[in-house]
Design a protein around this ligand. Structure first.
Ligand code: AMP
Length: 221
């Protein structure tokens, strides 16, 4: 199974992608995580990406696509993957189609996480991320058991530098201008499935699993 999670920032793509990857035993590929790893380890690519990320704008397509190709070439993606944060525009969607078809692969399902703006702002402004394992928490909705410590691995939690009000607004603007057009792109290819993502994370996850199971059943008919 090759699944894309699509939706505005704050729709819960990261949380859902991690949980789904765990349930389906598939790797989770997040271009945001890959970029942040490059920024924190100070690679040339990270240096080029950093300012775009801090402003909330998109990193140039060729940089992100390069990172993704490196990841797609790893052997663990043979059984499939959950892709989160890519594509962000039509150009990237086409690049993804090319990179997969060149390897005799294709996308099976695109899950669009439909979320309202007040929920997005509330989620992002309280989000906490583990510095070791990347797990997501929330100051109010999903507080860690110990203050600023990850329940899963004991790592320190931090607030992402782009989760401030000004950058959140910019990221939403960028999403509307550049990413939302992907809904039509995948709808036209009959790959898009909509899931309401304003609900609690566990309900949303069960709805996604149900959808994936139905898709798998339809392949058997
Ligand atoms: P995310 O973790 O998906 O919210 O991404 C954080 C930031 O990384 C975004 O605001 C962009 O600056 C950058 N980014 C992540 N994925 C992409 C992508 N596919 N194309 C361009 N920029 C990206």
């Amino acid at each position: 199974m090759r699944i894309i999670l699509l939706g505005p920032p704050g729709a819960g793509k990261g949380t859902q992608a991690k949980a789904l990857a765990h349930r389906l035993n598939l790797p989770h590929i997040s271009t945001g995580d890959l970029l942040r790893q490059n920024v924190s380890s100070g690679t040339e690519l990270g240096k080029q990406a950093k300012d775009f990320m801090n402003k909330g704008t998109l990193v140039p397509d060729d940089l992100v696509t390069r990172i993704l190709i490196q990841r797609i070439e790893q052997p663990d993606i043979k059984a499939g993957f959950i892709l989160d944060g890519y594509p962000r525009n039509i150009n990237q969607a086409k690049a993804l189609d090319d990179m997969l078809s060149g390897r005799n692969m294709g996308i099976d399902v695109v899950v669009y996480l439909d979320t309202s703006e007040p929920v997005i702002i509330q989620r992002l402004s309280g989000r906490l991320v583990c510095s070791l394992c990347g797990a997501n928490f929330h100051i109010k909705n999903m507080p860690p058991k110990k203050d600023m410590i990850c329940d899963n691995c004991g790592g320190r939690l931090y607030q992402r530098s782009d989760d401030n009000e000004e950058t959140i607004k910019k990221r939403l603007e960028v999403y509307l201008e550049e990413t939302s057009g992907l809904i039509q792109y995948y709808e036209a290819r009959q790959k898009l499935y909509r899931i309401s993502a304003d609900e609690e994370a566990e309900i949303v996850l069960n709805n996604i699993i149900h959808l994936v199971e139905k898709y798998n059943d339809s392949l058997k008919v």
